[in-house]
Design a binder for this molecule. Sequence first.
Ligand SMILES: [Mn+2]
Length: 405
Amino acid sequence: MRFLHTSDWHLGMRLYGMDRKEEHSYFLKWLLTQIQTLNIEVLLITGDIFDTSNPPQDALQMYYQFLSEVSKIKTCKSAIIIGGNHDSANVLNAPKDLLKALNIHVIGCSTGNIQDEIIFIGDKNAPDAIVCAVPFLRDKDLRYFVPGESTEEKEQRLRQAIASHYHSLHEYIKNTAQGSPVLIATGHLFAVGSTTSESEKMIHVGNLGQVEAQHFPEAFQYIALGHIHRPQKIGNKSHIRYSGSPIPLSFTETDDTKQIIIIDAEPNTTANITFVPIPQYRKLLRIKGELNEVKQTLKELTHEKHEPTLWAEVTVTLSKQELQINKELKELVKDRNIHILAVKAEKLYEPQTLEKHAEININLSDLTFHEVFAKKCADMSADEQEELRITFDEVLSLLEEGIKS
Ligand SMILES: [Mn+2]
């Protein structure tokens, strides 16, 4: 049986305010062709379908158009969609019953009943495959707040709760499933040792709840993960994988090869895993150097007129104060189908009073919550900062749960 694993689409996402609609729609069209030509039988989408809990209309339209096209592909028996930390469980679950009629299964959030996460492919009494479609498990799905608990105790408790969730599912299948189906699981979580990029937001409290490969039951032939945007396997287990996002969600991902994963699995054997690189609609470029180097690179940069506009992020290291580099650099690429989305300055000198003052005008939207909070705590001792950061993470996580549930 052939599965396709993709994740972290983040439909509706903007990069420095720029719309990613064209890139997403290019990817989805390409994906439909892959599902068709590769004879995919089950499609797995492992969370963060949308970038925000309240996705824009055109992102929703793109999603439904895609699902309607998938349902027309005869060889594709099922699509399974789980909620990620960015998704609103309510938004995903709203059309759940309607989509079920098209063999599209949506698990927006954990309901407390593990049977809701078990999806049978084929005849329920003798299934060809069983997918344990575990969505992003929120703190409240896993544990209650225990007063006086230390950070390590919390971490341990959360990790155990995630592991036992997977073990309960496996136990249930072992005791009830007929025949010998292919066993697959999904997840949207942070695994130990994964290489992150700038675009993932922290999940759980701080970095708590990091799961290791050994926490998953061995019986699963493939575990399709979401949340981390760089494609990678977990530990040395080649069957536990993040597919990564289909388009670079930050400039730190521009050198990654984006991919989808094809899994060929038969009962009781090791699954065969292959990767298909995703062609990118738009070229994203990161340029870094001293002012003269950056200027030279920009002057020599060529980009075809008929191609989608190239987007660049420029970081300039400055050894003395330079005024208006932003305007100057943008002027250099004028009328060349190149757009500089952001100019960042790394100052190697001590800014003068007036310039220090100007720095206060940093655009708030360029900063993360953590950066703002860190600035606020800058004068405190390292210990105080760390303690406050943990509390701040906890508040943020509770707030996010409140918004998304
Ligand atoms: Mn994500």
